[in-house]
Write a protein that binds this ligand. Structure first.
Ligand SMILES: Cc1cc2nc3c(=O)[nH]c(=O)nc-3n(C[C@H](O)[C@H](O)[C@H](O)COP(=O)(O)OP(=O)(O)OC[C@H]3O[C@@H](n4cnc5c(N)ncnc54)[C@H](O)[C@@H]3O)c2cc1C
Length: 284
């Protein structure tokens, strides 16, 4: 048996830990340079991890990494898996590499949903953390689209770092939780309510964003655009989500209904995935 765990967020890490505990030999593959998944973007202390009130997300990442290291589970970072063929026992990577793989635990988490407007493909894809690292001393004009936790977290961080930040939200209230709303309010970011994005034009110095409000159109010139309108599972067409012989288990946020998506459910999902793979390998 050759087991790969694709995705190095809480679900993938938990799956690998449980797989080892169940006597399997997993290898973790992560597309990003570092492990942690969405935890890499969490800056507020985590209030709802039972037993660890207000644990810093980065501390949790360090603990999860240390747990993998303690169990001597190999981790391959900076590689994206794009296809798995169970019968051919092939796991294929975006860089063209192929590894022998008989069983897969797929824990890809979520990707940002698209606005579906003209010009969207030209937006520079970057995390807020990446932008802040590279922004230097200049005050940038930043536009954040969305009204959930992720959008408000992004906007708060940008405004707190001194960037002129505007949040565009299509409704008249945020769906984000109170702690995120309060942080945004204190950050000094401006909010355009009942506003939707119609198109985005990319120029040499940034973006011109066409906006629609009830009864009027307006345009904003900004340096950076961050679309944070919601998330969807980060599936790959080449990776099957089911296998008649149970050689694939999909776990974590990608396999969980929206209200239940959380660190706790990701950790539990990882365990369930490892058990499912063990059952399938016992049958083989
Ligand atoms: C701002 C913010 C605040 C949050 N606050 C809380 C909170 O207070 N409490 C709570 O319980 N939860 C919170 N969450 C949610 C929590 O972080 C997620 O539920 C959890 O991280 C989901 O884990 P996961 O492993 O399923 O997915 P992710 O954490 O998204 O990890 C998936 C990983 O898989 C990698 N990957 C994807 N596709 C591939 C591929 N093809 N090849 C290789 N690697 C791949 C990705 O790069 C990523 O690292 C928060 C999330 C955010 C963004």
């Amino acid at each position: 048996m050759r087991l790969y765990v694709v995705g190095g967020g809480p679900a993938g890490i938990s799956a690998a830990i449980w797989a080892r505990r169940l006597g399997l030999d997993p290898v973790v593959v992560e597309r990003a340079a570092t492990l942690g998944g969405q935890l890499r973007d969490v800056t507020l202390p985590i209030p709802d991890l039972p037993g660890w009130p207000n644990l810093e997300a980065q501390e949790l990442v360090q603990r999860l990494k240390a747990h993998l290291a303690w169990l001597e589970i190999p981790v391959i970072s900076g590689r994206e898996a794009v296809a798995f063929e169970p019968d051919a026992q092939r796991l294929t990577f975006a860089d063209g590499g192929v590894e022998r793989c008989t069983h897969l635990i797929f824990a890809p988490g979520l990707r940002v949903r698209r606005l579906e407007v003209d010009g969207e493909d030209q937006i520079r894809e970057q995390s807020v953390a990446e932008f802040l690292r590279q922004a230097g001393g200049r005050r940038h004009r930043c536009l954040v689209v969305g009204g959930g936790d992720r959008a408000l977290e992004a906007a708060s961080r940008l405004a707190e770092a001194g960037h002129e930040t505007v949040v565009v939200h299509r409704r008249d209230r945020f769906r984000a939780r109170r702690q995120f709303r309060e942080r945004l309010e204190a950050s000094g970011a401006m909010v355009l309510w009942n506003t939707s994005v119609r198109a985005i034009a990319t120029g040499p110095d940034g973006y011109t964003v066409a906006l629609q409000q009830p009864g009027r159109r307006l345009q904003l010139e900004v340096d950076e655009v961050f679309v944070r309108i919601g998330m969807e599972p980060d599936f790959k067409p080449g990776i099957p989500l089911q296998d008649p012989d149970g050689r694939v288990a999909v776990v974590g946020d990608a396999a969980t209904d929206t209200p239940l998506r959380s660190i706790v459910s990701a950790l539990a999902g990882g365990m369930a995935g490892a058990r499912a793979i063990l059952r399938s390998s016992d049958r083989a």
